[in-house]
Design a protein around this ligand. Structure first.
Ligand code: DAS
Length: 415
């Protein structure tokens, strides 16, 4: 079994010294090759929009009493391999295939029938907007379509941009069935690799009946956290995916999902239908800092499509900007650059702090406030709204209205 610590240790003992990666990679390759028959299930694959099909490359034996989970593998450290068993920073992400991932933890087959699909196998930093749209469509088809074939979806993913994919699916899934996104901080070749346990916990959570109606979840390191709030909080440690302010909604106890409360919808959460969207528009993100005059707008405008923005040509709706400082504040000199483009494109301000709100108000009347969403999630929502054809004032309403009503709510008038 690829991930078994004991096997890794045994291989380390057998290997002369640094040649650990080779035998482990061979195990992975063999495991995937063993599923060659399943490749007959491959249907056409469409990565750019339109009808999506499942490219199943792993299928477990069926047990009639168990639910059906589709694992969509995308790569990342959970599918990574290093040159030594203590290497947790210099490894190659996205090399182990879906069949090997599942076969490394056969315990998952006791809780669910599993189909595996290798959507892509790469580090999550290299995933594109097209990927986000594609995997959302796949999840919707797997779970929410009429006669949907699956009870739950688990996505294995690199951790660096995991919260972007998780949030995008959370904001676009058209039904209440569980989607669980999972990764690992240590590659499969490391001592105490966290991938195997994370994977079994993710599948267990996905098929737990009380996971229904909780939106997309991230399960790692024993914790269950809502995608809308989760963030990667530590660059290297396994204890990294958290919702600092909102907390985790549950945890895994002896690999059983335990929730602290019944399912509840996050305040203000809305779900959007992107089934007819063919591509997400470009949205750029800028960091605020002392001395920032935001003339990067001008630099990007001077190159390609961003130049078209300021010229006010027809492409303008395809480029939008986000700003993020401590509370979404914008420098005096920067606001002049912002104001020069806000008639053409919506500008949304978020916060790099990753906690708290950027509240709507009179402070920057030309700029839209992101509310509780962090910059990368704000970017995703902005892409969704633009893709659905919303204009600037509609985008402002989607971002700001719920929070505005909350802030303006007068307690005494409620009695
Ligand atoms: N290589 C990074 C990624 O795929 C890191 C990781 O997975 O932990 O996001």
């Amino acid at each position: 079994m690829l991930f078994r610590g004991s096997l890794v240790v045994a291989l380390v003992a057998l290997a002369a010294s640094s040649a650990v990666a080779a035998p482990l990679l061979n195990v992975a390759a063999t495991a995937d090759a063993a599923d060659a028959t399943v490749r007959n299930l491959i249907v056409e694959r469409d990565y750019t929009g339109g009808e999506v099909q499942f490219n199943i490359t792993y299928q477990s034996n069926r047990a009639a009493h168990l639910p059906k989970t589709l694992i969509m593998a995308t790569g990342g450290t959970i599918a990574g391999s290093g040159s030594s068993n203590t290497d947790s920073t210099g490894y190659t992400a996205g090399v182990v295939g879906i069949a090997a991932l599942v076969q490394a933890v056969p315990e998952v087959l006791a809780v669910s029938n599993i189909d595996g699909m290798q959507v892509i196998n790469t580090g999550s930093e290299s995933l594109s907007d097209a990927f986000a749209l594609h995997i959302s469509k796949l999840a919707n088809k797997a779970l929410c379509a009429r006669d949907a074939p699956y009870d739950a979806v688990v996505i294995t993913h690199g951790t660096d941009t995991l919260e972007e994919t998780a949030y995008f699916i959370d904001a676009t899934l058209q039904c209440d069935k569980p989607v669980v996104v999972v990764g690992a901080m240590r590659p499969s070749t490391a001592v105490s690799a966290d991938g195997p346990n994370n994977l079994i916990q993710a599948v267990t959570t996905a098929v737990t009946p009380s996971s229904v109606g909780r939106g997309t979840l991230v399960v790692m390191n024993d914790r269950i956290v809502e995608a809308i709030y989760v963030e990667k909080t530590h660059a290297n440690s396994v204890d990294t995916f958290k919702a600092d302010e909102q907390g985790s909604v549950g945890m895994l106890l002896s690999d059983k999902a335990f929730y602290y409360h019944a399912a509840a919808k996050p305040t203000f959460k809305k779900v959007y239908d992107v089934s007819k969207v063919a591509a997400l528009p470009r949205v750029d993100l800028f960091m605020g800092y002392q001395g920032a005059d935001l003339d990067l707008f001008n630099a990007s405008i001077a190159k390609g499509s961003k130049g078209i923005v300021i010229a006010g040509e027809s492409f303008v709706a395809n480029v939008t900007f986000l700003l993020c400082t401590g509370s979404g504040s914008i420098s005096d000199i920067g606001i002049a650059n912002v104001n020069a483009i806000v008639d053409k494109v919506p500008v949304v301000r978020s916060t790099k702090i990753n906690n708290g709100f950027v509240v709507p108000g009179a402070y920057y009347p030309t700029v839209i406030s992101s509310g509780v969403l962090n910059p990368v999630k704000t970017r995703r929502l902005l892409q969704i709204l633009l893709a659905l054809g919303k204009n600037s004032s509609e985008i402002r309403t989607e971002f700001e209205e719920p929070l505005k009503s909350y802030i303006n709510f007068n307690v005494t008038s409620a009695y």
